[in-house]
Design a protein around this ligand. Structure first.
Ligand SMILES: Nc1nc2c(ncn2[C@@H]2O[C@H](COP(=O)(O)OP(=O)(O)OP(=O)(O)O)[C@@H](O)[C@H]2O)c(=O)[nH]1
Ligand SMILES: [Mg+2]
Length: 599
């Protein structure tokens, strides 16, 4: 794929993201592969990132930056947020974890950006009362006052609070912790960080090397998110030591450029507030970011680019899992294909090698056509035989129906047996595979009675078609009178016999009893219709039978196919890979197509 032109980029981006969204939407990972559950989770996160961050951000690069305050429980995130806005707006506490609902603080003038569902659209919203200009007393209770809820209770909720001490253009989001025992908190924190324009990562002198936050920091490094580290509660005398160790850790994660703000261990003041001057450098840094509109846009661009790169990487992983499912699905489908193809082949072989003309069929047929003398007569003097056959049938009409029944039940036995085999062989193959086993759990077992009935119905329909065929041929040839003397049924039965014997090359001295019977039928038909017509009728009858058996087997294997359908409907791995690579080329490093920019 060649890199599109910059102008092409700008136009292509939103449809590309729509395609990405559609492709992700269309993934269920229905097989029970070890990779499937992870792939489902990755798909969910990828979609959330698209919805929560990439799409809204691209639609409005001028929206205020959202700085998410993240980190371990008890690190002092809420305390920091309170210090940054100069009043206790977020609950702090000794109980871990304290913050359960994300609180987004923004300047009152920025309210419109956050009112609609542009930022974090998957979260519900509760708007809290704000302060009125910063002159009034601090909120006495940090517990949220719910003014109007625009959310359903089952949904995660984002608390929104206008705070005039924040600069216009920058919102602070106090997030739940990333590592407490509350699963819900961890999940929500991950979602919030994925939706951040920049991260304020809070840690303490004691805990700065904890594993969980570093996993997230590594992710931020990969995505090239703007990160600032707040190292809280640093005892006197150790600052330099910790700072240099922390810098080493950050450099290893592509975060060497991240500013580190140190807050010494300090007694808290009233309302458990940190003194304002302890956070003054952070306030200054944030205000500097906020004041520069072009700089803000750069930060947003850089983060959205990183998010799109991360999305592309994630999609490659998802594509890998999808292709594993596809490969297993192909194997399972091939097992069914092979089994039913073999079944059809076996049925057709049985209809061609004379096997169906033994035993009961042969006995009934012989009753029907009569004695050896009749057959010899047919063989030696065809011309006269026509009359004799005619006389024979009109004279002693043995019921053609018994022959047809015998043929039908012989054929039914063969078809049902092959269907059973194909079913068993497909199941055996599927059972050998974990994904196949779990699909089989949703399938009904082999239904012998139902299959027998279906097969019998189809064979009867075939025999009825043969009758119509013979009738039509007779009408064409104006042999109606002679045909009537044989009986249409008799001729149709003769055709069945010929169908089941004719391609075996049964001639001359090698003719067995079955062959001889077939020859009798053949002579009879030729006497009525002529050689060419008999060949044609036989071919038609055989084709019709083959089509019907094929149809039966298609119906038989349908429940196997159906269980693979969700997989077949899923976005193919190749499509995901192509989209991932288009995402990468749509955003070459250092350049941005500018969609929505300045809009
Ligand atoms: N002395 C002192 N105490 C602090 C400082 N920062 C936080 N604390 C206390 O540490 C405890 C935890 O602080 P929080 O701000 O609630 O921590 P958090 O990171 O928001 O925690 P979660 O909401 O559970 O994720 C509270 O009791 C705070 O009063 C600090 O700089 N100095
Ligand atoms: Mg908190």
């Amino acid at each position: 794929m060649s890199a599109p032109s910059p102008a092409g980029d700008a136009r292509a981006l939103p449809p590309l993201l729509r395609d990405v969204n559609g492709a992700l939407e269309n993934l269920a990972f229905p097989l029970a592969l070890p990779s499937s559950a992870d792939a489902r989770a990755a798909t969910k996160s990828a979609r959330a990132q698209l919805d929560d961050y990439i799409l809204p951000r691209l639609a409005s690069l001028d929206a205020p930056l959202v700085a998410v305050v993240g980190g371990s429980t008890g690190a002092g995130k809420s305390t920091l947020v309170n210090a940054l806005v100069g009043r206790p707006v977020s609950a702090t506490g000794a109980v871990r974890p304290t913050t359960r609902q994300p609180l987004l603080l923004h300047h009152p003038d920025d309210a419109a950006w956050f009112d609609d569902a542009r930022v974090l659209p998957s979260l519900g919203r509760v708007r809290l009362a704000g302060d009125d200009g910063g002159g009034g007393p601090p909120t006495s209770s940090p517990a949220p006052v719910q003014h109007h809820a625009t959310t359903d209770p089952g949904k995660d909720t984002l608390l929104l609070r206008p705070t005039s001490t924040l600069p216009v253009g920058l919102a602070l989001l106090d997030a739940p912790d990333v590592d407490s025992i509350a699963d819900e908190n961890r999940r929500l924190a991950g979602q919030l960080l994925a939706a951040a324009d920049l991260w304020l990562f809070v840690t303490t002198a004691n805990r700065y090397a904890d594993a969980v936050p570093w996993k997230l920091l590594a992710e931020a490094g990969r995505r090239d998110v703007l990160v600032a580290i707040v190292l809280d509660r640093v005892p006197p005398g150790v600052e330099e030591e910790i700072r240099s160790d922390l810098m080493t850790l950050l450099s290893a994660q592509n975060l060497g450029h991240a500013p580190i703000f140190v807050i010494p261990e300090l007694p808290l003041g009233s309302a458990r507030m940190l003194p304002a001057d302890a956070v003054e450098p952070i306030t200054r840094w944030l205000h500097a970011l906020a004041v520069d509109a072009e700089g803000r846009r750069d930060i947003a661009r850089r983060t959205v680019q990183g998010a799109m790169r991360a999305l592309a990487g994630r999609m490659d992983g998802i594509a890998e899992a999808a292709s594993q499912e596809q490969a297993i699905g192909d194997e399972l489908r091939a097992a069914a294909d092979g089994a039913y193809r073999e079944a059809l082949r076996s049925v057709l072989a049985a209809t061609e090698d004379g096997r169906l003309l033994r035993g009961e069929v042969l006995a009934r047929w012989q009753d029907f056509v009569g004695t050896g003398e009749f057959m010899r007569g047919l063989e030696s003097r065809i011309g006269r035989a026509r009359d004799r056959v005619s006389a024979f049938f009109t004279g002693r009409p043995a019921p053609a129906a018994t022959v047809a029944d015998a043929i039908g039940s012989g054929l039914q036995t063969v078809v049902v047996e092959q269907a059973a085999r194909a079913d068993e062989s497909t199941r055996r193959r599927w059972r050998a595979d974990a994904a196949g086993r779990s699909l089989l759990e949703g399938l009904a077992p082999w239904q012998a009675d139902e299959v027998s009935a279906d097969v019998a119905r189809e064979i009867r329909a075939w025999q009825e078609d043969l009758l119509l065929l013979v009738q039509a041929e007779g009408a064409d040839k104006r042999f109606t009178a002679r045909m009537l003397s044989f009986g249409v049924n008799g001729i149709a039965v003769a055709l069945m016999v010929v169908v089941f014997a004719s391609t075996g090359g049964l001639t001359g001295g090698e003719i067995g009893i079955a062959g001889a019977s077939a020859v009798a039928g053949q002579k009879l038909l030729e006497a009525v219709f002529g050689d060419d017509a008999v060949r044609r009728l036989t071919a038609t009858a055989r084709e019709d039978l083959s089509t019907r058996v094929e149809g039966l087997f298609r119906q038989e294997r349908e429940h196997f196919d159906r269980s693979l359908e969700p997989l077949a409907r899923q976005t193919p791995a190749e499509t995901l890979r192509v989209l991932a690579s288009r995402l990468r080329t749509a955003l070459p490093p250092g350049r941005f197509p500018g969609t929505g920019d300045g809009a």
